[in-house]
Each structure stands twice: as C-alpha cells, then as structure tokens.
Design a protein around this ligand. Structure first.
Ligand code: IPM
Ligand code: MN
Length: 366
C-alpha cells in the first residue's frame, strides 16, 4: 500500500536561518526511516533573501506552496540590510503575511528549563529549576494587523497610529487553544491583559472568562501584563499556560525564553483550525553572528520536533528528537549562547553532530 507523502515547505530565510535549518534537515533525514509516511521537502524563499531575489518578502510562489503544504518550517527573517525598507515591504512583512494567510492564530511557545542549563539562566538556579511553561500567543490579530497609518492633525502635525482590536471569535478560538493545551499539562491558564486601562483588554478578559466555563477542570486567573512581566522574572515556576494577545505575547515569550538561559533553545508551533501548522524558532535571524557557524540549532531542531508531533502525528519521532536534545545538553555540549565561562563552546555543525549521535542511540539499529 502506498501512502501519500507528507509535504513540508522549508523556509531558511535570513541571517543564521540557513545555518540552523541545515542542521534541522540533517535531523529530519535521520528520522525519515522511522516515520509512518514519506516526507517531501520543498525549499522556498522568504524575507530579505526573497527581497534580494524577487523584490518582495513573500513571493506568490512561496505563499502558494505554503498554503498547499501539510506543514511549514521557517528559520528566521530580517537583518540590517533591509532595515531601511518601509514596514510593508520589509522581511518581517513576509512572515506576518504568511501567518495571516495560513490563519495560524494560536502560537504555542513552550519554555522549559533544562536542569543542566539552570546556571545559564540570568535568574538564580532555585528560581528557574523546574520551570515548564507554555506561552499561547494570539498570532493573527491585535496591533500587528489592526488599522494603522500616518496622517496629519487638522493643525498639520504628523502622527502615526496602530489599533489593537479583537473580535469575539478571535479571542475565543485562541482561548480555547490555551485551555486545550492546559488540559494536556497542569490544568492552569493565566490570561494576560491590561484591563485596568484598555477597553480591548476588558473585552479580552470577559471573553476568556466565558470560554473558561467550558473548561471547569482548568483553573483560570488573570494578570495585568506589567505584573505578568514582573512575575515571570521573579517567580516563573508559578506558570503553566500563559495566554496573551499578539503584542503582549511577543514580549512575554522573549522574556520567558531569556529565563530558560537562551533564546537559541525555544521552538514554536503556530496552529489554526486544521492540522496544518507553521513552525519556527522564537529567536530571530541574529545578524551579528550570521555566517560564523556558531548559532545554536536547537530551537530549529525542536521546531521540527513540534512539526512532527502536531502536524504529522509522528509523536515517536518528535519524542526521540526531544530526548536526543536533552541528552546532548546533559552530556555538556554547548554552543556559545549557553556556555558558561568555564565551558568549551562548539559550533552549529558540531552541535548538529552531537544531536545526531544521541538520536542514533534513541533509535537502536536492528
Ligand atoms: C517573533 C518575532 C516576529 C514577531 C517579528 C520578526 C515580526 O519577533 O516571532 O516573535 O514580532 O512576531
Ligand atoms: Mn518576538
């Protein structure tokens, strides 16, 4: 019996993107023999690399390929070379356009502190040990996509504006995603808003509270975003699922990443209604270290694991990759971003090698 292949569009993008994606593709090749379906990979252009080649950050071909795919794996977009471009033509516009086109409204960003890396955290070991939280960030609404522009006041003074706006269904569907995720975890959702000031946050809170009624087994509390940022930096262990609108979630997920010890470790999954998903590391294109072969490929590799779990239903392969990463970290392999001063740092390729070796032991050959 032949099974239809699982189709993945791969978008290396800019900066360290291609380097870390190369390692993720090596990992994919290593798990291939163990998958239930063959995986087909199609590489496309996005971001600055697409601007240089085609003049636009999201070429029609890339968009069409992503919409036809079973899953999309992105590395990173952007860099100083394209900073002068207007917002609508910048590399980031390619990423935002793609998220919207794919309608992936729920962005899942797990932040886990590996015991062996607790000392890489800027927080004291005892504060971060055991931290295992999930940021669920709304990804296709809010300030990022609301009415925006530049105008002049009647007196002729220029001004600019963005609008944070959420419909009931936009809030409810991402809240549902957060409650569903909490059911697979420790049954606790903390919803983040600024309801003491913003009308849209009052509405957000009401709608999340309404959704909570369908999940009596999940505890819900609410925090103002400033307090949430403070709590995350002081007592991160209290959180299970943190639910936030787009901009607040963007900020809090970087903070959550930082307390785990490095942005280079965190993957993300963006999901919509069906199984098709969009997967990318939380980190950016890191232009300062691009091309040096020192970037940490772990977030990219773990994003591939999330893809295999959520879109391909290849849970065993996902677990094998996650276990290989844990073992590699426990064995002391460190890229510069997670190396302490007394530890020797290795490069992107060596980290890939170490993970592949560990993976081989997770899959004993017959
Ligand atoms: C992220 C990034 C993006 C965002 C940028 C690159 C547009 O910071 O994925 O968190 O703000 O969503
Ligand atoms: Mn961000």
């Amino acid at each position: 019996m032949s099974v239809s292949p699982f189709h993945v569009v791969v978008l290396p993008g800019d900066g360290i993107g291609p380097e870390v994606m190369t390692q993720a593709m090596r990992v994919l090749d290593a798990v291939r023999p163990h998958l239930h379906r063959p995986v087909e990979v199609e590489e496309c252009w996005i971001g600055g690399a697409a601007i240089d080649r085609f003049g636009v950050p999201l070429p029609q071909e890339t968009r069409d390929a992503c919409l036809a795919a079973d899953a999309v794996l992105l590395a990173a977009v952007g860099g100083p070379k394209w900073d002068h471009l207007p917002v609508s033509q910048a590399p980031e516009a390619g990423l935002l356009g793609l998220r919207k086109a794919m309608a992936v409204f729920a962005n899942l960003r797990p932040a886990v502190v590996y015991p062996a890396l607790a000392d890489a955290s800027p927080l004291k070991r005892e504060r971060v040990e055991g931290v295992d939280l999930l940021v669920v960030r709304e990804l296709t609404g809010g300030l990022y996509y609301g009415p925006a522009g530049r105008k002049e006041t009647p007196e002729g003074e220029p001004f600019a504006y963005n609008t944070m706006r959420y419909t009931r269904s936009e809030v409810r569907r991402v809240a549902q995603a957060a409650f569903e995720a909490a059911r697979q975890r420790r049954h606790h959702v903390t919803s983040v808003d600024k309801a003491n000031v913003l009308e849209v946050s009052r509405f957000w809170r009401e709608e999340v509270t309404a959704v909570a009624k369908e999940y009596p087994d999940v505890a819900l509390d609410h925090l103002y975003v400033d307090n949430a940022a403070m709590q995350l930096a002081t007592r991160p262990g209290q959180f299970d699922v943190l639910l936030a609108e787009n901009t607040f979630g963007d900020i809090l997920s970087d903070e959550a990443a930082a307390i785990t010890g490095s942005l280079g470790l965190l993957p993300s999954a963006s999901l919509g209604k069906g199984a098709r998903g969009f997967y990318e590391p939380v980190h950016g294109s890191a232009p300062d270290i691009a091309g040096k072969g020192t970037a940490n490929p772990i977030a990219q590799i773990l994003s591939l694991a999330m893809l295999l779990r959520y879109s391909a239903q290849e849970v065993q392969a996902a677990e094998a990759i996650e276990e290989a990463v844990r073992q590699t970290i426990a064995a002391g392999y460190r890229t510069p971003d997670i190396a302490q001063s007394n530890e020797t740092a290795i490069g992107t390729q060596e980290m890939g090698n170490a993970i592949l070796d560990a993976l081989a032991s997770c899959y004993p050959s017959a």
